[in-house]
Write a new protein. Structure first.
Ligand code: PLP
Length: 377
């Protein structure tokens, strides 16, 4: 299989998998138990906390483990019901784990303003400044978009948030392992992460919460995770998250340039064959290896089916909206017409993809496109 859908999820790193297997077998204690078995499990959880904290430059006590990225985002947003200032500012290209939650929260009196983006999917910090009201309690803007890869100007937005004394959260889920993340340099109050996007296991995530920010749990029960996330910890999964965070951070300087090279190779070779294609998103400031292309006249679902029959995995829009043929709200927000929207695919390369695979992808796509054109006549 040629796997070019790393923005949907990544294959688990072999070292992460062996660690999880070993721990699930050997470390079976409950981290809350005071005996040796419990203490060993606790040590595993705390080691992982240090690994992810080091990866994003915060203190281990500022990390809370969750059951994935969606839960981390939900924890931030549902806390708005406890805050005095109940207005949230977000962008039009956030993941449903932000936008759908905000729609739900409207029923509980949490209002929100959606900031539009430009044609590259970029949020203008000045628009955020202008949208701040007396009752604004939170700004949440993703670090990089999952469909087009545009990196948002978080540092500038953080300054605005600070000026108005508003909390600032970011969905950083797509970025770990692709760009360095320094929550202090970015000026974040909170940031969400998800292990399965960086070669870790599915169903485990983390939320950075700057020391001093008061939070209440979403999942209530025992006092795990400083009473912010009840439930016996997923020890193996958490260890996998920590190990993956460390591995991808260490290999960042190799993987970044290699993804950029694969992306460049694809674009050069594909454009030679298909001059009229449109690459969506920022050319320079975007996630390396993420290619969002509109191929005029070629329905993305048909192309996906052709590629799937050749054992090649890519996606149209985001994985969450694949399976439906409705236009992507992200591309819509970028001003892309519904017709072009449905002619757009996302290719996302990962650490194991090779130059030979990119050649094979271009060749197979070119063949599939020719077949689709022939059949349409
Ligand atoms: C930007 C973004 N936010 C949130 C999520 C949800 O994360 P998880 O699958 O860990 O719940 C995803 C995954 O598709 C994502 O890409």
């Amino acid at each position: 299989m040629l796997y070019f859908d790393h923005s949907a999820t990544t294959p688990i790193h072999p070292d992460v998998q062996s660690l999880i297997n070993e721990l699930n077998h050997d470390i079976y204690g409950n981290p809350s138990s005071i005996h040796v078995a419990g203490r060993k499990a606790k040590h595993v959880v705390e080691t992982a906390r240090k690994q992810i904290a080091d990866a994003v430059n915060c203190a281990p006590k500022e990390i809370i483990f969750t059951g994935g990225g969606s839960e981390a985002n939900n924890l931030v947003l549902w806390n708005m019901i406890h805050r005095d200032r109940k207005h949230v500012i977000t962008s039009a290209i956030e993941h449903p784990a932000i936008l759908a939650v905000l729609r739900q929260l409207e029923h509980l009196g949490i209002t929100h303003t959606i900031i539009p983006v430009n044609k590259y999917g970029w949020v203008n910090p000045e628009d955020i400044d202008a949208a701040i009201r007396d009752d604004t309690g939170l700004i949440t803007i993703m670090l990089a978009n999952n469909e087009v890869g545009t990196v948002e100007p978080l540092q500038d937005i953080a300054k605005i948030a600070k000026k108005h004394d508003v909390l600032f959260h970011s969905d950083g889920i797509q970025v770990m392992g692709k760009l360095p993340i320094d929550v202090q340099e970015l000026g974040m109050d909170m940031m969400s992460f998800s292990a399965h996007k960086f070669y870790g296991p599915k169903g485990v995530g983390a939320l950075y919460i700057k020391e001093g920010i008061s939070m209440k749990p979403l999942i209530i029960g025992g006092s795990q995770e400083k009473s912010l996330r009840a439930g016996t910890e997923n020890v193996g999964g958490i260890a996998g998250l920590g190990c993956a965070a460390e591995l991808v951070t260490k290999s960042l300087s190799d993987v970044g340039p290699s993804l950029t090279a694969l992306e460049k190779q694809f674009k050069t070779k594909f454009s030679e064959q298909h001059a009229n294609v449109i690459y969506n998103g920022f050319g320079d400031n975007h996630l390396a290896g993420l290619i969002n292309i509109t191929i005029p006249g070629i329905a993305s679902d048909l192309l996906l089916i052709h590629l799937d029959s050749e054992d090649i995995a890519i996606s149209s829009g985001s994985a969450c909206s694949s399976g439906t043929i409705s236009p992507s709200p992200v591309l819509k927000a970028m001003g892309i017409s519904d017709k072009q929207n449905l002619e757009t695919i996302r290719i996302s390369a990962g650490r194991d993809n090779t130059s030979a695979e990119v050649d094979q992808l271009v060749e197979t796509m070119t063949r599939a496109i020719a077949t689709i054109r022939r059949n349409a006549r």
